[in-house]
Design a protein around this ligand. Structure first.
Ligand SMILES: Cc1cc2nc3c(=O)[nH]c(=O)nc-3n(C[C@H](O)[C@H](O)[C@H](O)COP(=O)(O)OP(=O)(O)OC[C@H]3O[C@@H](n4cnc5c(N)ncnc54)[C@H](O)[C@@H]3O)c2cc1C
Length: 295
């Protein structure tokens, strides 16, 4: 079956930071098997492929972008596969499902381990690909295996022993180029639903008080250096509320870059570079990007 192809999608309409010019095209996958037609389709379309989930960790450049967006919209709802060792339960879910849908569903099932991710936008696939984490929980800590597609290997299930997983890092071993996360399986612990829900409410309350969750942002711009908080260093360097054009570091959380409306990627990248320089000078730390700049 032919894949669904949309012409000229604007990255600004596909990303939560609301930045980025038009890509060449967008290819939508509805089932894992759709990936089998992908290599030929990408070759015909030209341009560099960019896998896109919810676009909540991307800073896309302005102007015409030589990219083809690949959107794994695999919407298979979470299901329990089997109980393991009495207390561990394995759950499978499609990569296109919203992470929030999975987190809420796990709570109703009394399954713990990802509740800290309440409030993190985007898809399950994007969370796995970036090892999203919050309040002590990270997708990589619970990941049992993933179904991947690569141009070289096609469709394959990969166990966690063959995945390089770390702080905001996920890489299938031996894969250097394009890969798509299509489905994921997590091993979750059994816990009282009410206790999970209470934790989630407490996390959300803290998030609302400390992050600009309703603004146009891409979450944290920089990773935390070991044992340090990037937001604290940025605030000490005077970047909380620092504005250039219509882009600014949030006053509430200095590691969140906000598009105030009509911001540009040039202003965003300028602010990022200036902040890195100031923190290097003040604290001697080289802040590494958490947000992905594309292309
Ligand atoms: C308000 C706010 C709060 C946030 N809080 C947190 C937080 O607490 N913790 C945290 O870790 N992040 C946080 N983020 C960042 C972001 O939400 C996460 O990184 C999220 O998991 C990204 O998922 P996504 O589907 O939007 O991925 P995208 O932004 O679409 O993509 C991110 C990267 O993953 C790749 N990718 C996406 N889907 C796939 C796939 N199926 N297969 C292969 N590669 C793929 C993309 O190519 C890209 O490199 C926050 C963002 C916002 C806006």
């Amino acid at each position: 079956m032919a894949l669904e192809i949309l012409p000229g999608p604007a990255l600004a309409s596909r990303t939560t930071l609301r930045l980025g010019g038009p890509a060449l095209a967008e290819v939508v996958l509805e089932t894992p098997e759709d990936a089998e037609a992908l290599a030929g389709t990408l070759e015909k379309l030209g341009g560099a492929p960019l896998v896109l989930g919810g676009g909540s960790n991307l800073l896309a450049r302005d102007g015409e972008l030589p990219l083809v967006l690949v959107r794994p919209r695999l919407a298979a709802e979470p299901v329990i596969l089997r109980q393991r060792h009495g207390q561990q339960v394995r759950v499978r879910v499609g990569a296109g499902v919203k992470l929030q849908r999975l987190v809420a569903w796990l709570a109703t099932q009394g399954l713990a381990g990802l509740a800290g991710l309440i409030g993190v936008p985007g898809t399950v696939g994007g969370a796995v690909a970036g090892n999203a984490g919050s309040y002590g929980d990270a997708t990589g800590d619970r990941l049992a295996r993933v179904r991947l597609w690569t141009p070289e290997g096609g469709l394959v299930w990969v166990g966690r022993d063959d995945l390089d997983i770390g702080y905001r890092r996920f890489a299938p071993r031996g894969v250097t180029g394009l890969f798509l996360v299509l489905e994921a399986e997590f091993d979750c612990a059994v816990r009282e639903p009410i206790a999970i829900r209470q934790d989630m409410i407490a996390h959300l309350k803290k998030k609302r008080a400390s992050q600009p969750i309703t603004a146009a942002t891409a979450g944290c711009v920089f990773k935390n250096p070991p044992g340090e908080a990037a937001w604290r260093m940025l605030a000490e360097a005077g970047f909380a509320g620092k504005r250039l054009g219509n882009m600014a570091f949030s006053e509430l959380h200095a590691n969140f870059l906000v598009n105030l409306g009509g911001g540009t990627s040039d202003a965003a990248l300028d602010l990022i570079g200036t902040a890195q320089g100031a923190v290097r000078e003040l604290c001697g730390h080289e802040l590494e990007l958490e947000v992905k700049v594309v292309p």
